[in-house]
Design a protein. Structure first.
Length: 455
């Protein structure tokens, strides 16, 4: 086959797979978006290596190995019965047990869980650690719920989930709306049902009962370590840079903290209601107290910092001039218009702390315009990487120091960066880390799938 007809065949293969995904998973736009971005990157690989098509790799990759949907009944504080829907997608176990977080947010449905689970396969592959891809969640909304309600709901969720997970089968962790508190309740319920203390069934546990030091910080710190590599490649650094970090949850808080430690001037963060701008630099301590400890809204911040301003609406945050933007809240929070504004205002680098925070158009715009762009699968892989380190520590029944974990995290983020750059170079898309990360993540999974036969 000539080179151009091989490229055409690869393009046709990708398009036919995408068409199947759309028709088999109707009304799931987030899943379609994740698949579209990924498949598009693979054309040069498929052109050069027809074996992936011969082995039906894409057909198998886009179909979850298993997906469960279940009823989660619980009783609220008024004595009323509530029913939520729970999900777990076990997408791909080629490289290890299914691994990925659990999200509690009213927007959760099958399409969200599938998009997250699909991306998790390649993110986990990029870490270089032995973990497959999975994800779970529920449409439960923790906002405004009492501690008791959250506990009752979370226990009911685990009462069904427990039969699907295990230290060598599937190991969930946190995501939006699921932090140390929820992981603790899930762990307790699993232990009660199973009648044994199996530390390796969940990660993100408290350090008192098998959690890893550094897991809380890992995603945010890892994202900043990744962006640090991108900046260094252009002879730049965080020092003195104006940084915007959307969200004010787990990923955002620790991205802000590490950026500040590296000398950055973090000027804004947000929640789902609005954003704060603090020209004196965000006080991460105040954000932690408000959001982590007291579970309040970010609007409260201005009560403690008279120089700061609160604005309703979270998308306005991208109007602020900055050098580096780290979207760390949720999917599709940064669209083409926001991307254009950021570039007009001189942005130099983007690091995706959240999963799929940039729309396809925004991402393509940044890449085309030569803005350093760290895609989610690579830039936010630090969280799941330290989760895998937590699994190792649990298996060995010992724990590493914070410094040991942080050193490993830095090395992992560096490796992910290098491998993404090399993959992009090798397949003729130098400088495009979106494609590089997709290709590097894909190759390891695809080659291991071939080795394991048609399963
Ligand atoms: P948290 O629940 O701790 O925080 C989420 C933050 O994002 C909150 O500030 C929340 O605001 C905001 N947010 C949530 N939904 C929306 C929305 N629809 N519009 C605007 N803002 C929103 O979650 P995490 O920090 O753990 O997760 C943030 C992102 O990072 C997600 O995309 C997640 O998938 C991703 N991620 C998380 C990892 C982890 O280890 N936790 C690892 C890798 C990626 P509010 O308080 O108003 O809800
Ligand atoms: O999106 C993610 O990588 C996570 N929510 C973390 C998953 C994990 O298993 O630590």
């Amino acid at each position: 086959m000539s080179e151009s007809s091989a490229a055409l065949a690869a393009q046709n293969y990708v398009e036919s797979i995408y068409g199947q995904v759309v028709s088999r998973n109707p009304n799931e736009p987030e899943f379609h978006q994740a698949v579209q971005e990924f498949l598009h990157s693979l054309v040069p690989v498929l052109t050069e290596h027809p074996k992936y098509q011969e082995h039906g790799i894409l057909e198998r990759l886009v179909e979850p190995e298993r997906m469960v949907s279940f009823r989660v009944p619980w009783v609220d504080d008024r004595g009323q019965v509530q029913v939520n829907r729970g999900f777990r997608v076990q997408f791909n176990s080629t490289l290890g047990p299914y691994k990925g977080g659990i999200r509690f947010h009213p927007s959760v449905y099958g399409g969200i869980v599938k998009f997250l689970g699909f991306e998790q396969i390649f993110k986990n592959s990029l870490t270089g650690l032995p973990i497959g891809g999975g994800k779970g969640g529920s449409d439960f909304d923790p906002k405004g719920r009492s501690e008791q309600e959250v506990m009752r709901f979370t226990q009911s969720f685990m009462t069904e989930l427990y039969r699907h997970i295990g230290p060598d089968a599937d190991v969930p962790a946190g995501d939006i709306g699921v932090g140390a508190r929820e992981i603790g309740y899930m762990f307790g319920q699993y232990k009660r049902i199973r009648g044994g203390h199996e530390a390796g069934i969940l990660t993100g546990k408290g350090v008192l009962y098998g959690g890893s030091l550094g897991r809380t910080e890992a995603t945010g710190y890892g994202c900043v370590y990744f962006v640090q590599e991108m900046l260094a490649a252009k002879g730049s650094s965080f020092d003195g840079k104006r940084v915007i970090v959307s969200g004010s949850g787990n990923v955002s808080v620790y991205a802000m903290e590490k950026a500040q430690q590296l000398g950055a001037h973090v000027i804004a963060c947000s929640d789902s209601n609005g954003y704060i701008y603090d020209p004196d630099g965000i006080s991460v301590e105040i954000v932690k107290q408000l959001k982590e400890r007291d579970r309040l809204r970010i609007s409260e911040y201005v009560k403690f910092r008279p120089g700061a301003i609160y604005q309703e609406g979270c998308s306005g945050i991208w109007q602020l001039p900055c050098d580096i933007a780290l979207p760390c809240a949720t999917q599709n929070e940064l669209d083409l218009e926001a991307a254009q504004t950021l570039l007009r205002n001189g942005v130099q680098a983007i690091g995706e702390g959240a999963n799929m925070p940039c729309t396809l158009e925004a991402m393509e715009f940044f890449v085309e315009r030569g803005v350093s762009f760290g895609p989610a699968k690579a830039a936010n892989a630090g969280g799941v990487a330290v989760s895998a380190l937590e699994m190792s520590q649990n298996s060995m029944r010992l724990s590493w120091t914070f410094e040991e974990v942080d050193a490993k995290l830095q090395e992992i983020m560096k490796n992910i960066y290098t491998r993404s750059v090399q993959a992009a170079d090798e397949y003729g898309v130098s400088g495009n880390l979106v494609a590089g990360a997709n290709i590097a993540g894909f190759l390891k999974v695809a080659d291991a799938m071939i080795a394991q036969g048609i399963v």
